[in-house]
Design a protein around this ligand. Sequence first.
Ligand code: IPE
Ligand code: IPE
Ligand code: MG
Length: 264
Amino acid sequence: MTRQPEPHPSGARPPVIPAELVPNHVAIVMDGNGRWARARGLSRTEGHKAGEAQLMEVVKGCIEIGVRHLSAYVFSTENWRRSAGEVRFLMGYSRETIRHRRVEMNELGVKVQWAGRKPRLWRSVLHELEAAEQLTTGNDVLTLTMCVNYGGRAEIADAARAIARDAVAGLIDPKKVDEKMLAHYLYVPDMPDVDLFIRSSGEQRFSNFLLWESTYAEMVFLDKLFPDFDRRDLWGACEIYASRDRRFGGVKTEGPGGAGQESA
Ligand code: IPE
Ligand code: IPE
Ligand code: MG
Protein backbone atom coordinates (compact mmCIF):
# COMPACT_ATOMS: atom_id res chain seq x y z
CA MET A 1 0.00 0.00 0.00
CA THR A 2 1.27 3.45 -0.93
CA ARG A 3 1.50 5.87 1.98
CA GLN A 4 1.63 9.63 2.11
CA PRO A 5 4.94 11.23 3.12
CA GLU A 6 4.99 12.47 6.69
CA PRO A 7 4.76 16.27 6.76
CA HIS A 8 7.86 18.40 7.27
CA PRO A 9 8.62 18.71 11.03
CA SER A 10 7.86 22.46 10.86
CA GLY A 11 4.32 21.63 9.75
CA ALA A 12 4.89 23.53 6.49
CA ARG A 13 2.55 22.62 3.66
CA PRO A 14 3.21 23.04 -0.07
CA PRO A 15 2.18 26.36 -1.63
CA VAL A 16 -1.05 26.34 -3.61
CA ILE A 17 -0.04 26.50 -7.27
CA PRO A 18 -2.45 25.82 -10.18
CA ALA A 19 -1.81 22.25 -11.33
CA GLU A 20 -0.71 23.34 -14.81
CA LEU A 21 2.01 25.54 -13.29
CA VAL A 22 3.53 22.76 -11.19
CA PRO A 23 6.64 21.47 -13.02
CA ASN A 24 6.20 17.96 -14.37
CA HIS A 25 9.93 17.19 -14.32
CA VAL A 26 12.39 18.65 -11.83
CA ALA A 27 16.15 18.08 -12.18
CA ILE A 28 18.35 18.80 -9.19
CA VAL A 29 22.10 19.25 -8.87
CA MET A 30 22.67 18.43 -5.23
CA ASP A 31 25.75 20.58 -4.66
CA GLY A 32 27.59 22.01 -1.68
CA ASN A 33 28.26 19.03 0.60
CA GLY A 34 32.01 19.72 0.69
CA ARG A 35 31.60 23.41 1.55
CA TRP A 36 29.03 22.58 4.23
CA ALA A 37 31.54 20.21 5.85
CA ARG A 38 34.48 22.60 5.51
CA ALA A 39 32.51 25.36 7.24
CA ARG A 40 32.15 23.02 10.23
CA GLY A 41 35.71 21.73 10.25
CA LEU A 42 34.49 18.31 9.11
CA SER A 43 35.76 16.02 6.37
CA ARG A 44 34.12 16.13 2.93
CA THR A 45 32.66 12.67 3.53
CA GLU A 46 30.73 14.03 6.53
CA GLY A 47 29.21 16.56 4.15
CA HIS A 48 28.08 13.79 1.80
CA LYS A 49 26.50 11.95 4.72
CA ALA A 50 24.64 15.10 5.76
CA GLY A 51 23.34 15.58 2.22
CA GLU A 52 21.95 12.08 1.92
CA ALA A 53 18.76 12.59 3.96
CA GLN A 54 17.99 15.74 2.00
CA LEU A 55 17.31 13.76 -1.16
CA MET A 56 14.46 12.06 0.71
CA GLU A 57 13.23 15.52 1.69
CA VAL A 58 13.17 16.55 -1.97
CA VAL A 59 11.37 13.32 -2.91
CA LYS A 60 8.69 13.97 -0.27
CA GLY A 61 8.36 17.60 -1.30
CA CYS A 62 7.86 16.53 -4.93
CA ILE A 63 5.12 14.09 -3.95
CA GLU A 64 3.36 16.68 -1.79
CA ILE A 65 3.32 19.38 -4.45
CA GLY A 66 2.54 17.07 -7.37
CA VAL A 67 5.82 16.86 -9.33
CA ARG A 68 5.78 13.58 -11.31
CA HIS A 69 9.44 13.22 -12.36
CA LEU A 70 12.57 13.98 -10.36
CA SER A 71 16.09 13.50 -11.66
CA ALA A 72 18.89 13.67 -9.09
CA TYR A 73 22.56 14.18 -9.94
CA VAL A 74 24.33 11.74 -7.66
CA PHE A 75 27.72 11.27 -9.37
CA SER A 76 28.95 12.82 -12.61
CA THR A 77 31.31 11.38 -15.21
CA GLU A 78 33.69 14.17 -14.10
CA ASN A 79 33.53 13.28 -10.40
CA TRP A 80 36.14 10.54 -11.05
CA ARG A 81 38.63 13.43 -10.97
CA ARG A 82 38.28 13.62 -7.19
CA SER A 83 40.66 11.84 -4.83
CA ALA A 84 40.56 8.04 -4.85
CA GLY A 85 39.35 8.15 -1.26
CA GLU A 86 36.42 10.46 -1.99
CA VAL A 87 35.42 8.48 -5.09
CA ARG A 88 35.52 5.26 -3.08
CA PHE A 89 33.40 6.82 -0.37
CA LEU A 90 30.84 8.20 -2.84
CA MET A 91 30.48 4.84 -4.62
CA GLY A 92 30.15 2.85 -1.39
CA TYR A 93 27.83 5.39 0.16
CA SER A 94 25.58 5.50 -2.92
CA ARG A 95 25.36 1.72 -2.82
CA GLU A 96 24.33 1.71 0.87
CA THR A 97 21.88 4.58 0.42
CA ILE A 98 20.09 2.90 -2.48
CA ARG A 99 19.88 -0.32 -0.50
CA HIS A 100 18.58 1.35 2.68
CA ARG A 101 16.14 3.72 1.04
CA ARG A 102 14.46 1.49 -1.49
CA VAL A 103 11.81 0.09 0.86
CA GLU A 104 10.80 3.61 1.93
CA MET A 105 10.78 4.71 -1.73
CA ASN A 106 8.54 1.78 -2.54
CA GLU A 107 6.14 2.60 0.30
CA LEU A 108 5.86 6.15 -1.02
CA GLY A 109 5.02 4.87 -4.50
CA VAL A 110 8.30 6.06 -6.02
CA LYS A 111 9.53 4.33 -9.16
CA VAL A 112 13.33 4.33 -9.05
CA GLN A 113 15.44 4.11 -12.20
CA TRP A 114 19.07 4.68 -13.13
CA ALA A 115 20.60 6.86 -15.83
CA GLY A 116 24.31 6.77 -16.54
CA ARG A 117 27.24 5.05 -18.16
CA LYS A 118 28.16 1.50 -17.24
CA PRO A 119 31.96 1.47 -17.70
CA ARG A 120 33.77 2.37 -14.42
CA LEU A 121 30.57 2.39 -12.34
CA TRP A 122 30.97 -0.08 -9.48
CA ARG A 123 29.11 -3.30 -10.24
CA SER A 124 27.78 -3.39 -6.66
CA VAL A 125 26.21 0.07 -7.15
CA LEU A 126 24.60 -1.05 -10.38
CA HIS A 127 23.36 -4.17 -8.65
CA GLU A 128 21.59 -2.12 -5.94
CA LEU A 129 20.12 0.21 -8.55
CA GLU A 130 18.75 -2.77 -10.48
CA ALA A 131 17.25 -4.22 -7.30
CA ALA A 132 15.57 -0.87 -6.57
CA GLU A 133 14.27 -0.70 -10.15
CA GLN A 134 12.81 -4.17 -9.87
CA LEU A 135 11.17 -3.54 -6.49
CA THR A 136 9.59 -0.25 -7.53
CA THR A 137 8.81 -0.90 -11.19
CA GLY A 138 5.01 -0.86 -10.72
CA ASN A 139 4.92 2.51 -8.90
CA ASP A 140 3.63 5.71 -10.46
CA VAL A 141 3.42 8.44 -7.80
CA LEU A 142 6.87 9.85 -8.69
CA THR A 143 9.60 8.61 -11.03
CA LEU A 144 13.01 9.19 -9.47
CA THR A 145 15.93 8.92 -11.88
CA MET A 146 19.19 8.46 -10.01
CA CYS A 147 21.91 9.82 -12.27
CA VAL A 148 25.02 7.92 -11.24
CA ASN A 149 28.13 8.05 -13.42
CA TYR A 150 26.02 10.33 -15.57
CA GLY A 151 27.25 12.98 -18.02
CA GLY A 152 25.11 14.87 -20.52
CA ARG A 153 27.80 14.73 -23.22
CA ALA A 154 28.44 11.06 -22.52
CA GLU A 155 24.71 10.40 -22.91
CA ILE A 156 24.55 12.14 -26.30
CA ALA A 157 27.79 10.50 -27.48
CA ASP A 158 26.53 7.06 -26.39
CA ALA A 159 23.28 7.67 -28.29
CA ALA A 160 25.27 8.72 -31.39
CA ARG A 161 27.37 5.56 -31.15
CA ALA A 162 24.27 3.35 -30.85
CA ILE A 163 22.65 5.09 -33.82
CA ALA A 164 25.82 4.60 -35.92
CA ARG A 165 25.91 0.92 -34.91
CA ASP A 166 22.26 0.40 -35.91
CA ALA A 167 22.77 2.28 -39.17
CA VAL A 168 25.77 0.11 -40.10
CA ALA A 169 23.70 -2.98 -39.24
CA GLY A 170 21.00 -1.73 -41.62
CA LEU A 171 18.42 -1.37 -38.83
CA ILE A 172 17.89 2.36 -39.37
CA ASP A 173 18.19 4.70 -42.32
CA PRO A 174 20.75 7.49 -41.64
CA LYS A 175 18.48 9.91 -43.49
CA LYS A 176 15.83 9.32 -40.83
CA VAL A 177 18.02 10.38 -37.90
CA ASP A 178 16.36 13.41 -36.30
CA GLU A 179 15.82 14.82 -32.80
CA LYS A 180 12.99 12.44 -32.08
CA MET A 181 15.07 9.40 -32.98
CA LEU A 182 18.09 10.62 -31.04
CA ALA A 183 15.92 11.17 -27.97
CA HIS A 184 14.84 7.57 -28.30
CA TYR A 185 18.45 6.41 -27.92
CA LEU A 186 19.12 8.34 -24.69
CA TYR A 187 19.61 6.50 -21.37
CA VAL A 188 15.93 6.88 -20.45
CA PRO A 189 14.13 7.01 -23.81
CA ASP A 190 10.77 8.15 -22.48
CA MET A 191 12.11 10.80 -20.10
CA PRO A 192 10.08 14.01 -20.42
CA ASP A 193 11.91 17.29 -20.92
CA VAL A 194 13.07 19.00 -17.74
CA ASP A 195 10.78 21.87 -16.73
CA LEU A 196 12.62 23.11 -13.66
CA PHE A 197 16.39 22.77 -13.17
CA ILE A 198 17.49 23.49 -9.60
CA ARG A 199 21.03 23.78 -8.31
CA SER A 200 21.91 24.32 -4.68
CA SER A 201 25.10 25.92 -3.30
CA GLY A 202 25.08 29.14 -5.32
CA GLU A 203 26.98 27.77 -8.34
CA GLN A 204 25.31 28.71 -11.59
CA ARG A 205 26.21 26.06 -14.15
CA PHE A 206 24.97 22.80 -15.66
CA SER A 207 28.10 20.78 -14.84
CA ASN A 208 27.09 18.43 -17.67
CA PHE A 209 23.66 17.48 -16.22
CA LEU A 210 20.79 16.52 -18.57
CA LEU A 211 22.00 18.78 -21.38
CA TRP A 212 19.65 17.42 -24.03
CA GLU A 213 16.63 17.21 -21.72
CA SER A 214 17.07 20.68 -20.18
CA THR A 215 17.06 22.64 -23.45
CA TYR A 216 14.02 24.67 -22.36
CA ALA A 217 14.22 24.16 -18.61
CA GLU A 218 13.74 27.11 -16.27
CA MET A 219 16.90 27.50 -14.19
CA VAL A 220 16.65 28.26 -10.47
CA PHE A 221 19.87 28.66 -8.50
CA LEU A 222 19.60 28.67 -4.72
CA ASP A 223 22.36 29.72 -2.34
CA LYS A 224 21.73 27.01 0.23
CA LEU A 225 24.23 24.18 0.52
CA PHE A 226 22.61 20.83 -0.10
CA PRO A 227 22.81 19.50 3.51
CA ASP A 228 20.68 22.54 4.51
CA PHE A 229 18.20 22.07 1.66
CA ASP A 230 14.74 20.73 2.45
CA ARG A 231 11.34 20.44 0.79
CA ARG A 232 10.51 24.09 1.56
CA ASP A 233 13.40 25.11 -0.70
CA LEU A 234 12.04 22.88 -3.44
CA TRP A 235 8.62 24.50 -3.03
CA GLY A 236 10.18 27.96 -3.19
CA ALA A 237 11.83 26.99 -6.49
CA CYS A 238 8.43 25.74 -7.75
CA GLU A 239 6.89 29.12 -6.91
CA ILE A 240 9.64 30.90 -8.86
CA TYR A 241 9.00 28.49 -11.73
CA ALA A 242 5.26 29.19 -11.68
CA SER A 243 5.95 32.93 -12.03
CA ARG A 244 8.15 32.50 -15.12
CA ASP A 245 6.95 33.15 -18.66
CA ARG A 246 7.88 30.16 -20.83
CA ARG A 247 7.85 30.89 -24.53
CA PHE A 248 9.80 28.03 -26.16
CA GLY A 249 10.99 30.36 -28.89
CA GLY A 250 7.49 31.57 -29.73
CA VAL A 251 5.75 34.85 -28.96
CA LYS A 252 2.89 35.47 -26.58
CA THR A 253 0.48 38.33 -26.99
CA GLU A 254 -1.93 39.93 -24.59
CA GLY A 255 -5.02 40.26 -26.74
CA PRO A 256 -8.77 39.93 -26.29
CA GLY A 257 -8.31 36.23 -25.68
CA GLY A 258 -6.48 37.03 -22.46
CA ALA A 259 -2.86 37.19 -21.34
CA GLY A 260 -0.61 34.43 -22.46
CA GLN A 261 -2.47 33.57 -25.64
CA GLU A 262 -0.14 32.40 -28.38
CA SER A 263 -0.03 34.50 -31.49
CA ALA A 264 -0.58 32.90 -34.88
C1 IPE B 1 27.91 17.56 -4.20
O1 IPE B 1 28.68 18.21 -3.27
C2 IPE B 1 28.06 16.08 -4.13
C3 IPE B 1 28.76 15.47 -5.29
C4 IPE B 1 29.26 16.12 -6.29
C5 IPE B 1 28.88 14.03 -5.27
P1 IPE B 1 30.20 18.57 -3.54
O2 IPE B 1 31.06 17.44 -3.06
O3 IPE B 1 30.41 18.94 -4.94
O4 IPE B 1 30.38 19.82 -2.60
P2 IPE B 1 31.20 21.14 -2.89
O5 IPE B 1 30.76 21.68 -4.20
O6 IPE B 1 32.65 20.75 -2.89
O7 IPE B 1 30.84 22.05 -1.76
C1 IPE C 1 27.90 18.36 -10.03
O1 IPE C 1 28.55 18.99 -8.99
C2 IPE C 1 27.81 16.89 -9.78
C3 IPE C 1 26.91 16.43 -8.72
C4 IPE C 1 26.25 17.20 -7.90
C5 IPE C 1 26.77 15.01 -8.60
P1 IPE C 1 30.11 19.26 -8.98
O2 IPE C 1 30.44 19.83 -7.67
O3 IPE C 1 30.84 18.01 -9.38
O4 IPE C 1 30.29 20.32 -10.15
P2 IPE C 1 31.42 21.42 -10.39
O5 IPE C 1 32.74 20.71 -10.33
O6 IPE C 1 31.27 22.44 -9.32
O7 IPE C 1 31.11 21.99 -11.74
MG1 MG D 1 30.35 20.70 -5.93
